[in-house]
Design a protein around this ligand. Structure first.
Ligand SMILES: Cc1cc2nc3c(=O)[nH]c(=O)nc-3n(C[C@H](O)[C@H](O)[C@H](O)COP(=O)(O)OP(=O)(O)OC[C@H]3O[C@@H](n4cnc5c(N)ncnc54)[C@H](O)[C@@H]3O)c2cc1C
Length: 641
């Protein structure tokens, strides 16, 4: 049998052609609660099958370590660099001279002049092709711009990022008709802010709960939108929105399947009302709010892609759109590292600079190693996107999850390193004559990153789902009670014969290929990666054997496998990045000390993840929480106000 574990996509295409009656999902939803089954069914039906080439990160889960996919590091070409240089230099100078991030935070408003100037510079149209008035730059150059924004002001970062990573430009570039592109791209490139409206009060991580409706008009020329969207970033300043709406359900295999459809909606449409501006812990100048739709007429030609394809539009948009936040995180983390580097050398306590106390030195080393790795994974993935090098959804999800969580820890560490000054506002520091370093603002602003554009929990589920895909394709049918018995029996025989060949290979040593061009000091990490990916594949397989179709409930266990793979991905990217830097003439000893530190600490985290797969308190923790939710443990509620 030609297995998806060897060639994922080919198998999927073959199976889908051979058996069109097979549900799109290979996951048995029959034993799930109605809400969970509906959520899963909708997500599964909107999911594109994995590209047949897989990717470096996706293949780690099946014991394949394709280092040659990411090595040599896909460096930005001189031509591409030159294309972005002028704009990036102008942006950098502009931010430094004209954007007062503390004032924006204090007032909760971005000066209109800043917005106008950035539009004029093309900062809202970085990836929009030149023919539509954009700069037509690459993903890597867009990432470099996001890094500059992220290092300076989170409110502006959110404004430009929500506009072009998830707002109108990206879905239109991917799915828009020529007419839609011609009508909207020039507008959003040069003068009109856009936004993306998916979330509702009852539909956050679960779009299947959506209630905003789009009903066709009698003559079929338009849809009428009714309902409300919550937390729509940029809304208050936007001219145009991408709105996700529920349309008429479809009957699939005798069952009703929810349909979500994406529309472009002009904010000045009659019946559209902005009812509230939301305010948050950080991002105080976020133009975020609630929008209400009462019989808002949207012409048919404003539908993006086709009816029912809305979630696919959103998921595909985010597959690359998700890279903007990690790039901004690289910028912020570099800034925080620089603040700590200076302060730890300058601040003397107990007779020496605080950076010489090993407790503080440990935090700073951790920051530095992580900044290096974060830049490596983000720009590696961005470069692969530019090269259209396969299906990168796992890499982008890992970048989003890892970079946002790591940046939060870096901000937390930076506050500790700065001590009381870290907790004091920039305004207060300035008021008593000290340098206004806004660590508390950075901390407040970056917390949201692990929540929006796919929370960390949802990213882990998403990565785990993709990781299990090849196995589900080979053996998932056995457990799927929704499939005909004959299909299940056939699957038992074919997967059995497959696994008798695949499984023993996972006990053999890993092979990372030819490492002659990699610095000798780094080879051990790559060889470790090749061997550990097999251990990961075995572990995942054992978990499938143990839990069968209930594995999806074992979120904490799966998150450990996701954690191992993410660290392996980061280690591989870091070594490739380090080699590229050495080749470019950066001092080898300095580059190696960063790579060594990161890889050693990543190995320690991997050990920790593996240890947790066999010894953990997951079940007792779950039971305890259910007791708490049921109102038990009253003593924990006593003695408080
Ligand atoms: C500042 C800000 C800006 C935003 N901008 C936009 C925007 O521009 N457009 C837009 O459409 N939305 C936007 N959002 C919404 C954002 O995307 C959601 O907050 C996010 O999707 C999470 O949804 P929720 O807050 O309802 O949390 P919930 O979905 O209620 O989740 C609560 C917690 O449970 C976890 N959880 C949920 N389901 C599962 C599961 N199956 N397994 C494990 N854990 C789970 C979540 O990870 C989270 O930790 C924004 C939100 C904020 C706060």
């Amino acid at each position: 049998m030609n297995s998806p574990i060897e060639v994922p996509e080919k198998q999927i295409v073959k199976e889908n052609k051979a058996n069109p009656q097979t549900p799109a999902s290979v996951i048995d939803t029959s034993k799930m609660s109605a809400g969970k089954a509906a959520a899963l069914d909708l997500t599964e039906s909107s999911r594109d099958p994995l590209d047949e080439r897989g990717s470096f990160a996706s293949n780690l889960f099946i014991g394949r370590y394709d280092f040659d996919r990411i090595f040599p590091f896909p460096e930005q070409s001189a031509e591409d660099r030159a294309a972005g240089e002028g704009f990036l230099a102008e942006l950098r100078a502009y931010l430094e001279a004209n954007v007062d991030a503390d004032e924006i935070d204090r007032t909760g408003e971005i000066p209109q002049k800043n917005i106008d100037d950035l539009f004029a510079m093309g900062a809202f149209a970085i990836k929009i092709p030149k023919q539509y008035g954009g700069l037509g730059l690459s993903q890597v150059n867009y990432g470099r711009a996001a890094m500059l924004f992220g290092s300076w002001d989170a409110n502006l970062t959110a404004l430009v990022s929500a506009h072009q990573s998830i707002g109108v430009p990206q879905p239109l570039l991917l799915f828009g008709t020529d007419a839609q592109k011609e009508k909207y791209l020039p507008r959003v490139a040069r003068h009109e802010i856009s936004a993306f409206a998916l979330t509702e009060g009852n539909a956050g991580s679960d779009p299947a709960n959506m209630s905003l409706r789009a009903d066709p008009t009698e003559d079929g020329s338009a849809f009428l939108l009714n309902g409300e969207k919550l937390w729509c970033t940029n809304l208050i300043k936007a001219g145009v929105l991408v709105v996700m709406a529920k349309t008429k359900p479809k009957i699939v295999n005798g069952k009703e399947r929810k349909q979500i459809t994406a529309f472009i909606v002009d904010v000045d449409s009659p019946g559209l009302e902005i009812t509230y501006r939301c305010h948050f812990m950080g991002l105080r100048a976020l133009y975020n709010g609630i929008v209400k739709f009462t019989n808002v007429r949207v012409p048919l030609e404003n539908m993006i892609s086709k009816e029912g394809a809305g979630l696919k539009v959103a998921l595909t948009t985010l597959n690359t759109g998700r890279l903007t936040i990690p790039a901004a995180c690289v910028g912020l983390s570099k800034r925080l590292l620089e603040i700590c580097r200076k302060w730890a050398a300058e601040r003397v306590q107990w007779g020496v600079p605080i950076g010489q106390h090993s407790a503080i030195a440990g935090r700073i080393a951790e920051m530095a190693g992580n900044v290096f790795a974060m830049e490596a994974i983000t720009f590696l993935t961005s470069a692969l996107v530019d090269r259209k090098a396969g299906d990168l959804r796992i890499e982008t999800a890992m970048c989003k999850m890892w970079a946002t969580e790591t940046t939060w820890r870096i901000a937390d560490d930076a506050m500790q390193v700065r001590g009381g000054r870290g907790y004091e506002t920039a305004e207060s520091l300035a008021g008593r004559g000290e340098e206004p370093i806004a660590v508390e603002r950075f901390l407040r602003d970056c917390r949201i990153n692990t929540i929006f554009e796919g929370s960390s929990e949802i990213m882990r589920l998403f990565i785990a789902r993709e990781a299990l895909d090849p196995h589900l394709k080979v053996g998932g049918a056995i457990f799927n009670t929704q499939l005909p018995m004959m299909t299940r029996i056939k699957s038992m025989f074919s997967s059995g014969s497959f696994y008798t060949r695949w499984y023993p290979k996972q006990w053999m040593g890993g092979n990372a290929g030819n490492l002659d061009h990699l610095h000798a000091d780094l080879r051990e990490y790559i060889n470790y990666g090749a061997t550990t990916s097999k251990r990961l594949a075995r572990g995942l397989f054992h978990a499938m054997m143990r839990f069968g179709p209930k594995l999806d409930r074992e979120q904490l266990l799966l998150s450990r496998f996701v954690g191992v793979a993410t660290e392996l991905f980061a280690m591989g990217a870091t070594c490739a990045f380090a080699q590229a830097k050495i080749k470019a003439g950066e001092p080898a000893a300095e580059v190696l000390s960063l790579a060594h530190y990161f890889c050693r600490s990543a190995r320690a985290r991997i050990d920790h993840h593996f240890a947790g797969t066999s010894r953990n308190a997951d079940q007792s923790g779950y039971d305890l929480t259910q007791e708490l939710l049921a109102g038990k443990h009253e003593s924990l509620r006593k003695g408080i106000v």
